[in-house]
Design a protein around this ligand. Structure first.
Ligand code: ATR
Length: 262
């Protein structure tokens, strides 16, 4: 029987998840159908319940519902608990399970580029939900130091406070954007600045060897600056594919290879 999947969000038209999951299915021989669900802003819970009541197997959750999905779950994975956000849902023994595969998607994408994470020192720009979701998986992958730089320093400090016990084997530090300096193996842009078209100015005293922009398909002043410095740099398409592969693996117990879909 064809297994039913969906991605739910608002807006949802732009989502590339159906195309990715159908490509994984074609490659691995899984019989599935994956559709988009546009939920009204006040109708997330009823849309999720209706989907699983109609024998839906798994659902991805995107903006703006990841925190609501987290609150709705009966069972959460460790990384979802730490992220306080869920992007992957499924039913098991009558219970709604939630995971967050975004961070592992980023780790897989960075590893596929051949950029070393083991014992590395990483700078993350931004202290919102996107940053919260990736710190624990990065540290699990061997990152030893994470500096979180945010326009609003207090928000970065709060994030470090919230996460420091969960990532006790790495050093976390919060700074403001004005304090940006030093040398890093990788800089990750997790601000929404590219999405709104705002420029993010990286000072000359900031040295970095690789640059990862979490957004994709948008002009990015962050990527422009990395490229001007001739530093290896990429947008977030690999992360998108990586998180989709992790969700596909949870639901279908077979893992497509990231490099086949980049
Ligand atoms: P997300 O869930 O995508 O992380 P968010 O929680 O709204 O979205 O967080 C957006 C992040 O981008 C924040 O860190 C925000 O900084 P503030 O905490 O100071 O608001 C950052 N951000 C957004 N626009 C920015 C800009 N023009 N320059 C610098 N940082 C920006």
């Amino acid at each position: 029987m064809t297994k039913q999947f969906a991605v739910i969000g608002n807006p949802i038209e732009q989502s590339r998840s159906p195309e990715l999951h159908h490509a994984f299915a074609a490659k691995t021989g899984v019989d599935l159908n994956y559709k988009k669900i546009l939920a009204p802003l006040d109708g997330f819970e009823s849309a999720v319940k209706a989907f699983f009541n109609q024998n839906g197997v798994g659902m991805n959750v995107t903006v703006p519902f990841k925190e609501q999905a987290f609150a709705l779950c009966d069972q959460l994975t460790e990384r979802a608990k730490i992220a306080k956000a869920v992007n992957t849902l499924w039913m098991q023994d009558g219970k709604l399970y939630g995971d967050n595969t975004d961070g592992q998607g980023l780790v897989a994408a960075i590893q596929a580029l051949g950029w070393n994470l083991e014992n590395s020192r990483i700078l993350i720009l931004g202290a919102g939900g996107a940053t919260r979701g990736v710190i624990y998986p990065l540290v699990q992958a061997g990152v030893k130091q994470v500096v979180i730089a945010n326009r609003t320093l207090a928000r970065a400090e709060q994030l470090v406070e919230d996460l420091k016990d969960a990532v006790a084997n790495a050093v976390l530090q919060a700074i403001s954007l004005e304090q940006l300096t030093g040398e890093f193996d990788i800089v990750i842009n997790a601000t929404s600045a590219s999405l709104t078209g705002d420029a993010l100015q990286l000072p000359e005293s900031l040295v970095f060897h690789h640059a990862y922009e979490m957004a994709y398909g948008k002009p990015s002043s962050f990527l422009d600056q990395a490229q001007a410095r001739q530093v290896p740099a990429t947008d977030g398409f690999g992360m998108l594919v990586g998180q989709a592969i992790e969700a596909f693996y949870i639901w279908n117990k077979v893992k497509p290879e990231l490099k086949d879909f980049l």
